[in-house]
Design a protein around this ligand. Structure first.
Ligand code: PMV
Length: 308
């Protein structure tokens, strides 16, 4: 029996603009994770995936070509030139679904890693990111690649579409609160809406995307330098630009305001927006006050994560 897992993630700065070639920073959230276990079964039984949280049992041989869980199994087997597989793959996840924490990418990464181990191989993170990216397209249409990259590498990344990933050092730990608006949001739909708005008003949107890209560059410098107040201000600036782009919502705005008023250094939506999660950057002394304020402002769940 082999088991592997992959973390959730949040986007610290740069979502949406990253789809248009601007940089973004994403960090893994290891407090939540997807886990996959592969167990060999009798010869001729084929490969069955049991996804407990989704209430699904999938026979890979019979699954549709665009079934994401079957797809990662097939592509991993092809990568390792393995033919038949008689096994049960059990998948579970503590990552909230449809809230911008990368649950789909983490499930794919955990399956690919567990399968690789089962077949007696180790998998390079860049190859893992590439295999997961192909499956991400089934969920999201035209993703930038930031989710699969941060989840496969499991460390903070400075990401630019179609470029090799850049890692960087976090000088002093970042204390983040991740607050769920409780409103599910489909990345594909929001990304498509932004695309339509961009088509109708390219000049304006290109300026906003460029400004977000500059924020990502400055945020990287602030993280490397341990300047958390500067990072907080950059997150606030990023939120303002995301509001201009049209991906915030009253629920997000309420959580962002509550976090700032309670002493967060900065707060913004994370991921596609319209729902999903808000992230707030806090200090150790302010963390509990901000957490309380987020709950009172309607957060359905709050995860505290320290990024090192
Ligand atoms: O998967 P989410 O909801 O964290 O959002 C992805 C971030 C976007 O920039 C909106 C889309 C993308 O493909 O990068």
């Amino acid at each position: 029996m082999t088991t592997a897992s992959a973390p959730g993630k949040i986007i610290l700065v740069g979502e949406h603009a990253v789809v248009y070639g601007r940089p973004a920073i994403a960090v893994p959230i290891s407090k939540v994770k997807a886990t996959a276990t592969v167990e060999e079964t009798r010869r001729g039984t084929g490969c069955v995936i049991i996804a407990k949280d989704l209430n699904r049992t999938i026979r890979v041989a019979e699954a549709a070509l665009n079934d994401p869980l079957a797809a990662i199994v097939r592509s991993t087997l092809v990568h390792f030139r393995a033919q038949d597989l008689d096994a049960t793959i059990t998948v579970s996840s503590t990552i909230p679904i449809a809230s911008g924490m990368g649950s789909g990418a983490a499930v794919s990464a955990a399956i690919a890693r567990a399968l690789a181990a089962h077949l007696g191989h180790t998998m390079n993170n860049d190859i893992l990111a590439a295999l997961v990216f192909e499956v991400e397209k089934l969920y999201h249409g035209a993703p930038s690649g930031v989710d699969n990259t941060v989840i496969a590498h499991a460390r903070p990344v400075f990401f630019v579409k179609n470029r090799l990933v850049e890692a960087f050092a976090v000088k002093s730990p970042l204390r983040l609160l991740i607050a769920d608006t409780g409103i599910p949001s489909l990345t594909k739909v929001v990304v498509e809406d932004v695309h339509k708005a961009w088509e109708a008003n390219q000049d304006k949107y290109n300026v906003w995307f460029r400004q977000i890209g500059q924020i990502a560059l400055m945020a990287r410098a602030a993280i490397i330098g341990g300047e958390h107040f500067a990072l907080g201000a950059l997150m606030d600036g990023n939120q303002w630009l995301l509001e201009q782009i049209g991906v915030s919502s009253p629920e997000i705005d309420r959580l962002v305001q509550a976090a700032r008023q309670a002493g967060a250094m900065g707060a913004k939506l994370s991921g596609a927006g319209r729902g999903g999660n808000v992230i707030a950057l806090t200090t150790e002394p302010t963390q509990d006050t901000v957490l309380d304020a987020l709950r009172k402002a309607g957060a359905q769940a709050v995860i505290a994560a320290t990024i090192m």
